[in-house]
Write a protein that binds this ligand. Structure first.
Ligand code: SF4
Length: 356
């Protein structure tokens, strides 16, 4: 069948920004931090298209936007849907609480044109996981005919939603919080070129795992993604890095909320070390997020340095022990901070961490 006879199915992926105090959308000519959810959902949608999940006579048309660095072309999206037969769905991905009002403002315009819309991300998932009933803004969304998506999209969960969207039978709520997917062998995150070129520097991102084993009371991660380590395997990560390198991306943001608690973390480090030392990938480098006890894990700091880590974000939250106690962040001991900083600093001075 030629392309011209295929039915078009539009998938528009939008990572929204949020309003400032004066009501302007916060936006930059170039942004720095890539959205991991956007690249994960883009990879899953691409995979759904390649697998012909909606049938061989359906052609996917996928577009992705990060509103931090682009004006969302709402009128163009509406026109595309109308001109292309109206099949498809707009997915608002990775929507945080402060982004929800902005999301709703765009979503309402799309619903006015009868375009199917779904909202996922930590606000939807966190509210459904932690509150006894839907808060007003989520009720408003469902009343406006917007679908809510709670949980994660791997293991065919996004495909199920896309199939329902194709039939125009999307449910008001997809709740997968009780069925967290494994990540091994799942379609890998793919950075859309259109989004990559709007970042300050060429940087890729991926989550090597999802979870955190700690119990900080303010943290949504453990309520949405759980406390049991789920992780990608080193083969998948090598594949992902090689494919990014072919697009000139050698700098990565590991978006695991806490890579130090990734049960496969050491195997990932070992693979990166092997790639750097034996396969000519010395220029691969990354930034990661860890906890304040990570430096105590045997070999963690030295292997991170050898694997190409050039920057870590550490969740200190406070230097007031009472505040830390109050939010159940007992793993943070301010008396340990100096030693921790020095351990990481020594690694950065070892000429391994900065040897690029
Ligand atoms: S250490 Fe970080 S990711 Fe883990 S529970 Fe605390 S705040 Fe959440």
């Amino acid at each position: 069948m030629s392309n011209s006879t295929k039915t078009k199915f539009f998938v528009e992926l939008i990572k929204p920004s949020h309003y400032d105090d004066d009501g302007y959308v916060i936006q930059w000519r170039r942004s720095w931090i890539p959205s991991n959810t956007l690249v994960c959902i883009y990879g899953l949608t691409q995979d759904a298209a390649e697998q012909n999940t909606l049938g061989s006579d359906v052609e996917f048309d996928i577009n992705a936007y990060d509103e931090m660095n682009i004006v969302i072309p709402v009128a163009d999206i509406i026109r595309r849907f109308k001109d292309g037969g109206g099949n498809g769905v707009v997915l608002f991905v990775g929507v945080q609480s402060n982004q929800f009002p902005r999301t709703m403002d765009i979503a309402r315009k799309l619903r006015d044109e009868h375009i199917q819309v779904a909202i996922g991300g930590f606000h939807t998932s966190g509210c459904i996981a932690m509150l006894p009933q839907l808060p007003e803004e989520l009720k408003e969304a469902t009343e406006a005919g917007i679908t809510l998506f709670a949980g994660e999209a791997e293991e065919g969960k996004l495909i199920n939603l896309l199939k329902d969207a194709y039939q125009r039978k999307m449910k008001p709520l997809y709740n997968f919080l009780g069925d967290l997917p494994g990540l091994e062998g799942q379609p890998m995150p793919i950075m859309p070129t259109s989004v990559a070129k709007r970042l300050v520097s060429k940087i890729g991102c991926f989550d090597a795992g999802r979870e955190c084993s700690f119990l900080c009371s303010f943290c949504t991660v453990i309520n949405v993604q759980g406390r049991k380590s789920r992780y990608r395997n080193p083969d998948d990560i090598e594949k992902l890095i090689r494919s990014n390198l072919s697009n000139d991306i050698n700098d990565f943001f590991l978006t695991d909320d806490n890579f130090a608690r990734n049960k496969n973390g050491e195997a990932v480090f070992d693979r990166l070390i092997d790639l750097r030392e034996n396969h000519g990938f010395k220029h691969v480098k990354f930034t990661m997020q860890i906890d304040s006890l990570a430096h105590k894990i045997k070999n963690f700091v030295s292997k991170a340095a050898s694997a190409g880590c050039r920057r870590v974000f550490i969740g200190l939250e406070s230097i007031n022990p009472e505040n830390l106690e109050a939010v159940n962040k007992r793993q943070n001991k301010i008396t340990e901070y100096r030693k921790m900083f020095q351990t990481w600093r020594n690694a950065s001075h070892s000429s391994i961490l900065w040897n690029h």
